[in-house]
Design a protein around this ligand. Structure first.
Ligand SMILES: [Zn+2]
Length: 222
């Protein structure tokens, strides 16, 4: 069975189980999601421990670790999964530096959560909008690598997830802005807080378009 088919089957089972009850659907969906995530974290913890026990220094700065806190696993080949052979340890800061150098802002996120692209925004208090994410054309060209795009509010930790297919219709050439790289602007406006607002851009469209979203905020279980 292919991974897509496993996912399809699982979705069907959850729908059957819920039998129209939205609470039951939510609980079962969340349960499976959280447990599978936990499985992955356990795998990572095991690999981390093995690498620690082998006394490997930081792969980036080559200094030994003084503590086990703030140490990250880094996959040498980003297209492959977590295994002892594909993983090294790095100080959290070194890890960040390492990804910054590869000039892929989004890659560290890819590593943590496969196929979910996370866009982060600080809060703006002195503007007609509260949050603002830019989407560059080069990113929009690689949408198909992701199952979901997550828009994250850095201050509150609130996030919404949108499938790339749902964004495509908003990211048309006439809605590109005059900003660097002709990126598209996605915002949360003060008077439209339950929607993502897509900037009008330089074309003749002239109006914001809105996509309703649900903001969620959960503590990660561990
Ligand atoms: Zn280091």
């Amino acid at each position: 069975m292919k991974p897509e088919e496993i996912l399809e089957q699982t979705r069907k089972l959850i729908v059957e189980h819920a039998d129209g009850d939205t609470d039951k659907w939510w609980y079962a969906n969340r349960y499976v999601f959280a447990r599978l995530g936990l499985d992955e974290r356990k795998t990572k913890t095991g690999i981390k421990r093995e690498l620690f026990d082998a006394n490997k220094p930081c792969h980036y700065c080559e200094k030994p670790f003084e503590t086990r806190r703030n140490v990250h696993l880094h996959r040498l080949d980003q297209t492959k999964g977590y295994s002892k052979n594909n993983c090294v340890l790095m100080h959290a800061e070194c890890h960040q530096q390492c990804h910054a150098e590869s000039k892929m802002e989004e890659s560290s996120v890819l590593e943590e959560k496969e196929a979910v692209l996370v866009k982060r925004s600080r809060r703006y208090d002195d503007m007609p909008f509260l949050y603002w994410w830019d989407i560059s054309p080069s990113l929009a060209n690689s949408w198909d690598r992701f199952d979901m795009v997550e828009f994250l509010k850095k201050d509150s930790g609130e996030r919404c997830v949108v499938p790339p297919a749902a964004l495509k219709g908003f990211l048309t050439p006439d809605r590109q802005t005059a900003r660097k790289a002709k990126s598209w602007g996605v915002k949360v406006l003060k008077d439209h807080q339950d929607e993502l607002a897509f900037e009008p851009g330089t074309g003749k469209a002239g109006k914001y378009l809105f996509l309703p979203v649900i903001w969620i905020n959960e503590q990660e279980e561990d």
